[in-house]
Ligand binder design. Structure first.
Ligand code: PAF
Length: 283
């Protein structure tokens, strides 16, 4: 495995490697890898001849007052984890390499899709994601790119970019990887102290209960939302950002639980803003 930090180097390496490698899989990350990321790398390894993992804490997707400075970083640890999961190349550029002096071009997905859920509480976030992911697609030119379903809205936004900008790339959305007690894995879980970590289980627990309610016949999104909010609020130190029930493909609100349904939530616990969701196909 090699670690590169310059666009010119990674392009050269990919050009050489792709003479023999037929397909390239890209796993874009912000580093501080956990088992969720590793599941993406392993899947990319299974499905491609060359696996590139990008590690870049992208400043343009953080808003003022967010955790850009404190976001955990550890390239050495990430490199050995990525290698053991099957990465061939790590692309870990500096901020200046991606956004050099005079940088002035952004990709923005317009419309409701980026204005609701995380887009409502993190204005500009998806513009930053769309821009950096488009740049990575142009630099690496992968056949497939792998993203976690935990960021369900991000996946929907990236699928929209691929359609709209004619990227010839298959977007592979991989299942959420959870801790034993159900907490969705996230690099931001490191911000939780012992008590907050215990409380954080309420997120997945509420979603799983809602899933059971749907399986038992509940079809009213308002009732489900009300249940989730009430359940989460039994923990005194959590602050709900949103709980939304939408169509998982279009992210449009649903009036009835039917078809492709996404129940998504974001909750602040101490310093951490955590997101989680469940996706269901309901007859
Ligand atoms: O999901 C992430 O870690 C980031 O949003 C991504 C896709 C790597 C873009 O910076």
């Amino acid at each position: 495995m090699i670690i590169l930090d310059k666009v010119i180097e990674v392009r050269k390496e990919i050009k050489t490697a792709s003479k023999n490698a037929k397909t390239i899989g890209l796993v874009p990350t912000m580093g501080f890898l956990h088992d969720g990321h590793l599941s993406l790398i392993k899947r990319a390894r299974e499905e491609n001849d060359l696996v590139v993992v990008s590690i870049f804490v992208n400043p343009t997707q953080f808003g003022p007052g967010e955790d850009l400075e404190s976001y955990p970083r550890n390239l050495e640890r990430d490199s050995s984890l990525a290698e053991s999961a099957g990465a061939d190349i790590i692309f870990a550029p500096s901020v200046e390499e991606i956004y050099p002096n005079g940088y002035n071009t952004y990709v923005e997905v317009e419309g409701e899709m980026t204005k609701k859920l995380c887009g409502a509480s993190r204005p500009g976030h998806f513009k930053g994601v769309a821009t950096v992911v488009s740049k990575l697609f142009n630099i690496i030119a992968p056949d497939r790119a792998y993203f976690g379903q935990k960021d369900a809205q991000q996946v929907a936004v990236i699928e929209q970019i691929v359609r709209d900008l004619n990227f010839d790339i298959e977007i592979v959305s991989c299942p959420i990887v959870r801790e034993k007690d159900g907490l969705a894995m996230s690099s931001r879980n490191i911000y939780l102290n012992e008590d907050e970590r215990k409380d954080a289980v309420i997120l997945s627990q509420s979603l799983f209960e809602a899933e059971k309610m749907i399986k038992n016949g509940e079809r009213d999104p308002l009732k489900l939302k009300e249940f989730i909010i009430k359940n989460i609020n039994t923990k005194p130190n959590v602050e709900i950002d949103y709980v939304e029930i939408v169509n998982s493909k279009t992210l449009e609100d649903v009036k009835e639980i039917k078809g492709d349904v996404l129940i998504a939530l974001a909750v602040k616990i101490g310093r951490a803003r955590l997101i989680d969701n469940i996706c269901m196909e309901v007859q």
